[in-house]
Design a protein around this ligand. Structure first.
Ligand SMILES: Cc1cc2nc3c(=O)[nH]c(=O)nc-3n(C[C@H](O)[C@H](O)[C@H](O)COP(=O)(O)OP(=O)(O)OC[C@H]3O[C@@H](n4cnc5c(N)ncnc54)[C@H](O)[C@@H]3O)c2cc1C
Length: 413
């Protein structure tokens, strides 16, 4: 695959938007803007081969229906579809308790509830799309030497001497963002004191598109279906427990996993390494500053319990891309302060809901006091019996609720 490269040059280059960070969010923003012919440069500090290597990131992502509509609208989905596993059913329950909620795709029109794809495949698909967009350039690996936002335009200098002038800089640097810190934007942090253990399993029996989320007292355990007879495990554990589990050899580890999964899938085998991610909530005090917007995990990085982090990030992408494209088409400044405030207001409520929901679910299910346990079981049983509530939760998780930007409704920019 060939990617768009830029040659070192001393001359300043003019673009509409500079995106700092070429993770899943930055690349998606590049694809969204580029598909509407906006001039963009995406600056990523890692090399491209590293970003798509099997040894870089063991994570997978649950892609909600609204996110798939965006990926279709910006031309990424055809590159990803062959690698994405449809989710047909989701079963949520507590430990070994029989009280579960069963979400069935047939209850919401028969389309899959979502798709699971490996992060490296998502990156590959995004890069493949970028390579077809003439208005998008990728600088990778590249190091930022300075960002000057004081003048009428942003001036961004790279360590190799290249300089860009842009109307707007979008920081998509993940939870630890140097651009956010340099802008003086503070963050609130909450350490869950949990570690997310992630791995891929092979199994002889099919998963039939079923995703499982089980809440144990020491943390939630999810099994997500992948293409082929494979599943991804995302297991959040208190840090002390996680250290013990991580220290097990593969056989011991698979025994712990089988205790939680049962033998429905047959003998389990590990595919590739096991990964461990510290789980922290990071939430920026503001989403905008002069000619600067924060997107994705840089705006807020949430607990992975509901598999919503990138889905939320794509709603940031859709919102800022819509504002930028509408203004550029009218000959207006896309970095105008009032436009950026509109972005911040648009995104604040959605973020607040998801931070509160993911945090609340994690605390509720991490509590093993008997009354809390009973309330949880009653809650799951009640949701299971209330079709209206169930459909609401399903539509919300599918990203189909709220004041949605055009791309999230599958409309072009
Ligand atoms: C265990 C786990 C499971 C998850 N599961 C799901 C799920 O099922 N569904 C879901 O929607 N979300 C999920 N998430 C969340 C999701 O992974 C994140 O929301 C998403 O990856 C955020 O992407 P990002 O591009 O905003 O940040 P990052 O992935 O952190 O990317 C930031 C990029 O910016 C680059 N960068 C940083 N600083 C600079 C700089 N100064 N200059 C140049 N480049 C820079 C980095 O190299 C990196 O490539 C999960 C998270 C975890 C931890």
């Amino acid at each position: 695959m060939s990617y768009v490269a830029i040659m070192p040059s001393e001359a300043a280059d003019r673009v509409d938007v500079v995106v700092v960070g070429g993770g899943l969010t930055g690349l998606a923003l590049g694809a969204a803007l580029g598909s509407a012919d906006i001039d963009v440069v995406v600056v990523e500090r890692q090399s491209i081969p590293r970003l798509v290597a099997t040894t870089y990131d063991g994570r997978v992502t649950a892609i909600a229906r609204g996110s798939k509509l965006l990926l279709e609208a910006v031309g990424v989905w055809p590159h990803l579809a062959p690698q994405a596993q449809p989710i047909l059913d989701i079963v949520v329950g507590e430990g070994g308790s029989p009280a579960t909620v069963h979400y069935d795709h047939r209850e919401v029109g028969g389309e899959p509830l979502g798709w699971i794809a490996e992060n490296r495949h998502i990156r590959e698909a995004l890069l493949a799309r970028l390579s077809t967009l003439p208005s998008v350039r990728l600088a990778a690996p590249a190091t930022i030497a300075e960002i000057d936002r004081d003048g009428p335009q942003v001036r961004l200098g790279l360590a190799d001497g290249r300089t860009f002038h842009a109307a707007l800089v979008a920081a998509a640097e993940g939870k630890e963002s140097a651009t956010r810190a340099a802008a003086g934007i503070g963050v609130r942090r909450w350490d869950y004191e949990q570690t997310g253990i992630v791995c891929t399993l092979r199994h002889p029996r099919p998963h039939r598109g079923l995703a499982l989320e089980r809440f144990f007292p020491d943390g939630p355990f999810a099994r997500l279906p992948l293409r082929g007879d494979r599943s991804s495990i995302v297991w959040a554990l208190r840090r002390d427990r996680a250290a013990l589990v991580t220290a097990l050899d593969d056989r011991g580890f698979l025994g712990e996993v089988a205790d939680r999964l049962g033998d429905e899938l047959g003998d389990l085998a590990l595919e590739g390494p096991r990964w461990a991610y510290p789980l922290v909530l990071v939430w920026a005090d503001r989403y905008v500053d002069r000619r600067l917007v924060l997107v994705g995990d840089t705006a807020r990085g949430i607990h992975p319990i509901a598999g919503q982090g990138w889905n939320l990030a794509l709603r940031d992408v859709a919102a800022i891309a819509e504002l930028v494209v509408d203004r550029v088409r009218l000959g207006l400044d896309p970095g105008d302060a009032a436009a950026l405030e509109r972005y911040a207001a648009w995104r604040r409520f959605d973020s607040l809901v998801l931070v509160a929901v993911t945090d609340g679910i994690n605390r509720l299910f991490a509590n093993d006091l008997l009354p809390v346990q009973m309330a949880r079981n009653l809650g799951l049983a009640a949701v299971e019996r209330l079709p209206v509530a169930k459909r609401f939760f399903m539509r919300h998780a599918m990203g189909l609720v709220g004041d949605l930007p055009r791309l999230m409704r599958g409309l072009p920019l």
